[in-house]
Design a protein around this ligand. Sequence first.
Ligand code: ATP
Length: 368
Amino acid sequence: MARLVLDDVTKVFEDGDEEIVAVEDISVEIPDGEFLVLVGPSGCGKSTTLRMIAGLETVTDGEIRLDDAVQNGVRTQDRDIAMVFQSYALYPHKTARGNMSFGLEEATDLSDAEIDERVTEVASMMGIEDLLDRHPGELSGGQQQRVALGRAIVRDPEVFLMDEPLSNLDAKLRAEMRTELQQLQEQLGVTTVYVTHDQTEAMTMSDRIAVMNDGRLQQVGRPLELYHEPTNLFVAQFIGEPSMNFLSGRHENSTFVADRLQYPFPETVADAVGGATDLVLGIRPEDIELDGADGDSAHEFEMTATVVEPMGNQNVVHLAFPGETEGTEDLVATTDGRQRIESGATVTAHVPVEAIHVFDAESGEALY
Ligand code: ATP
């Protein structure tokens, strides 16, 4: 069992007279065997969080626990954790076998034969048993990454920490490794914290995603939970591609009023919004229906399709309200690739009430 807990963890770097708060008051509990993906913009504190878990950075405040054992102050080599980096960090003068067995030779009292057996077993699991006598220089990027992963697996740790392990691979290999790595993690059942910039990795590999911004945890939840129920504007714009549309406006008599749109709220939404006046209306691109026949005229708007990008499986349609300044777009919709929409055409955009998100403009918190 390996339950990893971060309890109000803060990291402050001292840079001369300056204090840089890289991570602020992060609390999260990662149950045994969970695959948690950490995402957020560059500089938000993902790597620092991972490095604190690994013991490569000290914790300024708060506690990191592994099954109730406090890890603050425990040396990296004494933590039951294996880390995989973006740069594979293999020893160039050791063979694949040497790289995989090195950690075991150092840290365990297994016999040479036992180590060899374990390395061979993991190499076969990773499909690299024929490459064990090669040096890193004689391996492709994907093969090197397998060796790096294999090295982490042979150690049979309580926790895997992975910092963008697939980002140096080309798109096709990355997609393959994504599936493999996820299956492997499931099979091994090792608690994993995985940092990535890649939304697809976050959405498809994780049990839960933790979204960070500016050193703070914004939301932790299952991928679809974050997608459908973002807790604030930051998570709403961060998760999903193309991004959610946002319109700024006011709440007047149960209606959302923006410069070029009036959108009556159903009672449930008006109740949830309550007394908040400055709002942001959020609409996912795929929730906008173009030229459908719904008879929901209160929530249909005439718009111009300014640019249509046919992607094959879908069209990305840029939309502007009538009278909008040239070059401005108000909404982006994605529609079925078989639907023919010409650039410059006037279309009816239906925004169903079930699909909308409403945020408080000031706090950014989701109201509905
Ligand atoms: P990226 O996605 O670009 O790798 P990140 O989310 O991993 O970014 P961190 O590397 O954790 O972000 O950095 C968080 C903040 O802490 C940044 O402002 C960074 O400049 C700062 N920082 C990181 N390491 C140090 C350090 N050793 N000394 C001072 N500041 C640091």
